[in-house]
Design a protein around this ligand. Structure first.
Ligand code: CP
Ligand code: NVA
Length: 309
């Protein structure tokens, strides 16, 4: 049995297998073919933070695969009133076939997985958001910005907060061997542990990983520009300070013009216009960004089928 807790546990070949399955199932879905790959499977979805995309994509995904999803908000279940996470895991995993959890610390997710009898999927933690990266990879492939055969042809710039999304992009680049440049303001760099893991992985894959505090240097001639909110869930009290500290990191026409002419902009959403991205640039790339959002559905269907194989 495998869990999907972070990308560090997965090889390039395994990531490719999941994406290949996602592509196949997406094609079938678009042709109106719904094969019951996970007939009668129950997916529990535990949320300790808000969600639009993760909730809808997992619930629709498991239904399209012939199974059923249970939305469990921590506001409503005993977990939110202090029932230990390990007891919650032992109870729920005796009744369902798969569990997705969105929570705060990665340690909470790991504790849950340790006590679960069934595969556990990370639906976002403070440390990383690996299911989003599966969708992002699928989107890069569809927009011809990534090819497993030539990973070195891809250059990505992540501009913004060194948060869960930045960590996930760096690990994905390190695993697959593409170039990533991460530009964060001073004091908002990515997790040190992630840096070390990524640099080690990069030695094997040949990935080029650059950390800088200069957005203009990072974005120069890249194929893909990525950003995310400057104020992640749980950081609401820091908002005012963050908005000041991130000045100069907005993806606007001026910054975007330094990327390759045919570069794309990606954003996991929700997007805050006027902060990490300007309204005009966001709308210019809305097709990419909303395909990326839709691909959450397809990528996670691939993942769920892969985990239950
Ligand atoms: N991108 C993403 O995970 O969105 P939600 O927070 O709406 O699930
Ligand atoms: N970094 C954001 C991602 C939201 C999908 C957050 O953690 O709130």
């Amino acid at each position: 049995m495998r869990h999907f807790l972070w990308l560090v546990d997965f090889s390039k070949d395994e990531i490719k297998d999941i994406i290949d399955l996602a592509i196949k199932i997406k094609k079938e879905t678009k042709a109106g073919i719904f094969k019951p790959y996970l007939k009668h499977n129950q997916l529990a979805m535990i949320f300790e933070k808000s969600s639009t995309r993760t909730r809808v994509s997992f619930e629709v995904g498991i239904n399209q695969l012939g199974g059923n999803g249970l939305f469990l908000s921590s506001r409503d279940i005993q977990l939110g009133r202090g029932e230990p996470i390990k007891d919650t895991a032992r109870v729920i995993s005796r009744m369902v076939d798969l569990i997705m959890i969105r929570t705060f610390g990665q340690d909470r997710l790991e504790e849950f997985a340790k006590y679960s009898k069934v595969p556990v999927i990370n639906g976002l933690t403070d440390l990383c958001h690996p299911v989003q990266l599966l969708a992002d990879l699928l989107t890069m492939i569809e927009f011809k910005k990534f090819d497993f055969k030539n990973p070195k042809n891809t250059k990505v710039a992540y501009i913004g907060d060194g948060n869960n999304m930045a960590n996930s992009w760096v690990i994905m680049a390190a695993k697959l061997g593409f170039e990533i440049r991460v530009a964060t303001p001073k004091g908002y760099e990515i997790d040190e542990k992630i840096k070390e893991i990524a640099l080690n992985e990069a030695k094997k894959s040949g990935a080029k990983i650059i950390f800088t505090n200069e957005p203009k240097t990072a974005i120069k001639d890249v194929d893909v520009v990525v950003t995310d909110t400057w104020v992640s869930m749980g950081q609401e009290e820091e908002k005012e300070k963050r908005l000041k500290d991130f000045k100069g990191y907005q993806i606007n026409k001026e910054l975007m013009s330094l990327a390759k002419k045919d570069a794309i902009l990606m954003h996991c959403l929700p997007a805050y216009r006027g902060y990490e991205v300007s309204e005009d640039v966001f709308e210019e790339y809305e097709d990419v960004i909303f395909t990326e959002a839709e691909n959450r559905l397809h990528a996670q269907k691939g993942l769920m089928v892969w985990l239950k194989k």
